[in-house]
Ligand binder design. Structure first.
Ligand SMILES: [Zn+2]
Length: 184
């Protein structure tokens, strides 16, 4: 049977004005190649290990936070069908383990070895667990901004994203007494 010569491949419309050719930075497929620069780490160390705790529990997408759907991807198991307009209690349970138990286990282990961590802190998550904020601060850990909400920002408009960034800065200042990275 002859191929239908009238067939044309449809290119989907570019719905995002920043996508594709409009990005102003190119990819680098070459890098440093065989001779990367020597970072000259102390004592001739060959690797540097940095411990980071992402603290996001309670700030994820959920109808309890006013979102249209509850999180169905960013958890420890396989995807589940999107929970539209309803809670995903099994996903909540993963997140709640982190805030109720997981974070304390990590802090206990790190502090036992006198090892301060960087906390990638999501503002709304901190607001929901003051004891954890106090532990981050008194344990000498560094609190870094990881946004006010833990959601997929791919399709979030720039104005809403800017508003979240401002809200996050104020949230960290209120909860910890300082804007992240400034000490004041
Ligand atoms: Zn994150």
């Amino acid at each position: 049977m002859a191929m239908d010569s009238s067939f044309t491949f449809e290119v989907p419309e570019n719905g995002d004005p920043l996508r594709s050719t409009k990005y102003d930075f190119a990819r680098d497929h070459v890098g440093f190649g065989r001779h990367p620069p020597n970072p000259e780490w102390p004592n001739g160390a060959k690797i540097a290990v940095s411990f980071v705790i992402n603290y996001e529990e309670g700030a994820e997408r959920t109808v309890l936070n006013g979102d249209a759907q509850s999180e169905n991807m960013l958890w420890e198991q396989a995807h589940i069908a999107p929970r539209l307009g309803e809670r995903a209690v099994n996903v909540e349970s993963d997140y709640d383990y982190g805030s109720r138990r997981g974070v304390w286990r990590l802090l206990n282990t790190l502090e036992e070895h006198d090892y301060p961590a960087t906390i990638y802190a999501v503002g709304m998550a901190l607001e929901k667990n003051p004891a954890v904020v106090e532990a981050f601060a008194s344990g000498g850990h560094e609190i870094a901004s990881h946004g006010y909400r833990w959601i997929d920002y791919h399709n979030v408009g720039s104005e809403r994203e800017k508003a979240y960034i401002r809200q996050q800065m104020q949230c960290l200042k209120t909860l910890t007494g300082a804007y992240p990275g400034t000490g004041s």
